[in-house]
Each structure stands twice: as C-alpha cells, then as structure tokens.
Design a protein around this ligand. Structure first.
Ligand SMILES: [Ca+2]
Length: 293
C-alpha cells in the first residue's frame, strides 16, 4: 500500500478530476492522505476536490488550499466555471482544512518520514513553497511523481510555464522524481467505448465524472479527455507500463526561448527519471478498471 498526497489544479482541464477518480478507484493499492490544490482560485478548486471526495464517500480525506500566485510569473486566471457548475449550492465542504497546503504537505510527510509519495498534477508552486518554508522536506518525502514539462524542442508545457521558477526549485531539490511529460501524455485520450460506459455507469462517482466531462467538453468544444494527469497516477499503480530514463531538467527562466521550456538531458546521476514511452493500450485498460464498473 502506497501513501500519497495529490497536489492538483483541478477545475480547468478535466483530467485532474479523472486522476482523483483513479486514485479513489485504486483504494486497495493507494492510501490517499490528502489533496492539496494550487493556482489562482484555490477556494473553488478545493470545493471541487471536496465535492468529488464526498461523492465517493471520502469526507475523511483532508483538502488543503495552497498558493494562488506563481513565484514570479504574473497570475493568469483559469476559467474554471464550467466544472464548478456541478457544485451543490450551500454545501459545507467539510473536508477543507484551515492549514495551508505547503504546511500540510510538510507535516504529513514529517509524520510518516520516507513513506509518502506526492503526485503533483498542476503548477509546482505549492511544492516550491514547501521547500522554501521547510528546507528539510526533501529528506522526509519518499518521492515525487509528476505530470509536466516536455521533451520536445522549444515546447513550454502548461504546468511548468505557469510557474517556471517553482519548477526550477523542485527540479533542483534532489527529491527522487518521476516525470511524465506532455510529449508522452498527449497521445493518450479516453476512448469512445470508455466514455460510453462511464455515461451509463449510474454509481455516484462515475456519474459525477461523466457530468464533469460533459460540462468541460461543452465549454472547450473538446471531444474527449486526454489522460495527462492520470498517467502520473499510473506511475504508482502500474509502473511496469512505463519506460523511464534518468535525466536532469533545465527550465528556461528567460523571457525568450520560450519561457518555461524544459530541456531534458540524459544524466545517469540525476534523481529525476523521465518517462520516454508508455504502453498506452495497457494503461487505458488499467484506467478503465479503476474508474468503471
Ligand atoms: Ca492538472
């Protein structure tokens, strides 16, 4: 059983909710110790995370609000109203705690040193804040699994370009890290058959995920979710499907180039392992087995 904290920018793309659904479906393998939310409207994101958890009957999982503003990049506002339409009026969202995400991340890892994996599927601002506030954090966390960056030339992926300085702090921290980059994740979309099965699955959590996909799809004219963030969860639940290679990552912090571009350089001594290939068919089957009936 692996203990995890999910650090997410749930609310913009729908893949964060699907990643959370996958974690909840993997109850036998993953113990979810908490959810932390990051970037922009963290109150709305926390409400969404708490609502997904409550729908799955998991009000025992604490939700902590994190940092809204990137370290140096100006804040751009994510339009997260589409998925927020699912939120019940006047809900109490009892799982939301008063502690800030960076302190929650630190304290939870300190209670179980060397045992907790943080799965980070949003901009890395919360983790950078944790490292800045608590310099002993790298010795307490087990590992970091994240979706972000790209190994393609001159590509600045959303999570990194939203806060390049935070990503740079995290990549230099020495924390053992596994990373699934955009060039790998963008080829993995939910299939029609899975979407149809989700649509007809009347259990509360699948029904909510179906509704989130529907509102998101209407708002962004998107035909189907791409499973960027669920692929970061799969690193723990089906590691044998991934090919990983040690690399160091240099984040472009300059205005040109473009800013937030990641250079992945093979380096046998790096604590970071970058995914270069996934068995997509195997992953889609695994994803369905956790989400669907
Ligand atoms: Ca995300």
């Amino acid at each position: 059983m692996e203990s995890i904290i999910l650090d997410t920018d749930i609310g913009l793309d729908v893949d964060d909710a699907l990643a959370l659904g996958m974690v909840l479906g993997a109850r036998g393998d993953l113990q979810l110790r908490g959810v932390t939310v990051v970037h922009d409207d963290v109150r709305m994101r926390a409400n969404l995370a708490a609502h997904v958890l409550a729908t799955a009957g998991r009000t025992d999982v604490p939700v902590a609000m994190g940092v809204s503003e990137p370290l140096a990049e100006p804040l751009h506002h994510d339009d997260i109203q589409a998925q927020a339409r699912v939120l019940p009026k006047d809900a109490a969202f009892v799982a939301i705690i008063s502690r800030e995400a960076p302190d929650f991340l630190y304290e939870t890892c300190r209670q179980s040193p060397g045992q907790i994996t943080v799965v980070a599927i949003g901009p890395l601002t919360n983790l950078a804040a944790t490292l800045t506030r608590h310099p002993d954090f790298p010795g307490l966390i087990k590992q970091l699994d994240l979706m972000g960056g790209s190994a393609e030339k001159d590509t600045a992926e959303y999570n990194i370009k939203t806060d390049p300085e935070a990503a740079d702090i995290v990549f230099r921290s020495g924390i053992p890290t596994r990373l699934v980059p955009l060039n790998v994740t963008k080829r993995c979309a939910m299939e029609d058959d899975s979407l149809a099965r989700l649509h007809h699955d009347k259990r509360p959590l699948p029904a909510l995920l179906d509704q989130l996909i529907s509102f998101w799809g209407m708002a962004y004219h998107a035909p189907r979710p791409v499973l960027h963030d669920p692929l970061a969860v799969g690193l723990l639940t089906t590691p044998n499907l991934y090919k990983l290679e040690p690399m160091r990552i240099e984040v472009n912090l300059h205005a040109d180039g473009p800013r937030g571009r990641t250079l992945c350089i093979p380096d046998a001594n790096s604590p970071i392992r970058v995914c270069t290939a996934v068995d997509y068919a195997g992953f889609l089957q695994h994803f369905d087995s956790l989400i669907l009936d």
